[in-house]
Design a protein around this ligand. Structure first.
Ligand code: CP
Length: 304
């Protein structure tokens, strides 16, 4: 990969995705203690998250530290952003402290793209509004690849709040490039009317969507991005679209269940289903560290 930044999966080629996944496989050996490496010694990694995060921010911190980098974090709420400092001034300030890679999450789609124009540091998009969450899609693809070996012809159902989901968008771009067949399902109020232009089929009945798929991916209902209440209600959503053990029986016998987290248990996914043998949700978390180690390695190598 020759690019300075990782801003979205839409921009990546299949070969670049495979490079990240292959590198992540190697990085997992370091994560699991089978190998030792300090390949990022002397490099500096900084996170700036304008929206809440547990998995993504911490896994970048762990990834940087596992590979021997210096690591810093800006707590946005107590930073000069709270005094009105602009995005561009913030990013320039971090670069002047010799950051090599800056990882950012922002509620505005396109914020990482703007930041990337004003710094020589590599920018990684850790989620921008409803646009993309590329590192989530990469860790999801790594998890699928560990279980299914090939993406070609794989049937993947993404179920939930597609309208507001950057995870869905990045996964659709990525999985389609890798040769999978992707379908989305949810109430019509939570599926963008133009989604089929992305080459996916929309289902408004969850049983039909899950039937004979290899991968079921549940998504959180993003109440924080909904301006005028949820239609249907949470109770109706759970009844008509919630993933449970009965509905999982409609998928292929060796299907896997994924969720990017955080889970609203007993809304989009029952605890029983989330904890069942077909669930790979916790493996996704571990693979998140490996994928982020891989991205830091690849982007820092380009800077050498
Ligand atoms: N999946 C994901 O992005 O989780 P966090 O919001 O906890 O980072």
């Amino acid at each position: 990969m020759k690019r300075k930044d990782l801003l979205g999966i839409k921009d990546l080629s299949k070969e670049e995705i495979l490079e990240v996944l292959d590198t992540a496989k190697e990085m997992k050996k370091i994560l699991n203690g089978e190998k030792y490496s300090q390949i990022l010694k002397g490099k500096t990694v900084v996170t700036i998250f304008f929206e809440p995060s547990t998995r993504t921010r911490l896994s970048f911190e762990m990834a940087a530290k596992y590979l021997g980098a210096h690591y810093g974090n800006i707590e946005v709420a107590t930073s000069s952003v709270a005094k009105g400092e602009s995005l561009i001034d913030t990013i320039r300030t971090v670069e002047m402290m010799r950051a090599d890679v800056i990882i950012t999450r922002h509620n505005m789609s396109g914020a990482p793209h703007l930041m990337a124009k004003y710094t020589d540091a590599s920018i990684i998009n850790a989620g921008d509004g409803i646009n993309e969450h590329p590192t989530q899609a990469l860790l999801d693809m790594m998890t699928i690849r560990e279980k299914k070996e090939s993406f070609e012809g794989l049937k993947v159902a993404i179920i939930g709040d597609i309208m507001h989901s950057r995870v869905a968008r990045s996964n659709i771009w990525g999985l389609k490039k890798m040769g999978a067949e992707v379908r989305v399902a949810g109430p019509s109020t939570l599926i963008p009317p133009a989604i089929e232009k992305m080459g996916v089929k929309a289902y408004y009945n969850v049983e039909e969507a899950i039937k004979d798929v290899d991968v079921v991916m549940g998504l959180r209902i993003q109440l924080e991005r909904q301006k005028s209440g949820l239609f249907p209600s949470i109770d109706e959503y759970r009844e008509y679209f919630g993933i449970n053990k009965e509905r999982m029986k409609l998928a292929k016998p060796d299907a896997i269940l994924m969720h990017p987290g955080p889970i609203n248990r007993n809304v989009e996914l029952t605890s029983e289903a989330a904890n069942d043998k077909y669930s790979v949700i916790e493996e996704q978390v571990t693979n998140g560290v490996a994928v982020r180690m891989a991205l830091l390695k690849i982007l820092c190598e380009r800077r050498n």
